[in-house]
Design a protein around this ligand. Structure first.
Ligand code: AMP
Length: 119
């Protein structure tokens, strides 16, 4: 079954696109955790970073380059931002289609804070 991101890429579900090319798209997260929260997504439906093959390495690099460019165009590059990629259940991944979260526009808490044992 197609993931929600595949449906967004196919235009079946609306999203606010910021970037679109043959290999990589980017759109605003529907539930932003900061003033800038953009998802950078390969058009190829790779489920997780663990599923990336050596042949996919260039597209993963392109995801980071697109994120860098969007951080600049969104005006957060100078003050800084965070790039996050979750992997599977323990990583908190909800959508099984590879994606990078670009989060910025405010001071973020320490990364380890969000990794504390929930019990
Ligand atoms: P993750 O937990 O790393 O898999 O992140 C999935 C992200 O996708 C979450 O931050 C959701 O808010 C976001 N999301 C889910 N559905 C949509 C949608 N239709 N449009 C934009 N973002 C979405």
């Amino acid at each position: 079954m197609a993931s929600i991101f595949e449906m967004i890429i196919a235009g079946e579900i609306p999203a606010e696109f910021i970037h679109r090319d043959k290999e990589v798209v980017a759109f605003r997260d529907i539930n932003p955790v900061a003033p800038v929260h953009v998802l950078v997504v390969p058009t190829k439906p790779i489920p997780t970073i663990d599923d990336v093959t050596d042949a996919d390495i260039p597209v993963v690099g392109r995801m980071y380059a697109v994120a860098r460019d969007i951080a600049r165009s969104e005006g957060v590059a100078e003050q800084g931002y965070r790039l996050v990629m979750n992997c599977r259940d323990h990583g908190g991944q909800e959508v099984p289609h590879l994606h990078l979260h670009l989060i910025g526009g405010r001071q973020l808490g320490p990364m380890v804070g969000s990794c504390v044992d929930p019990d």
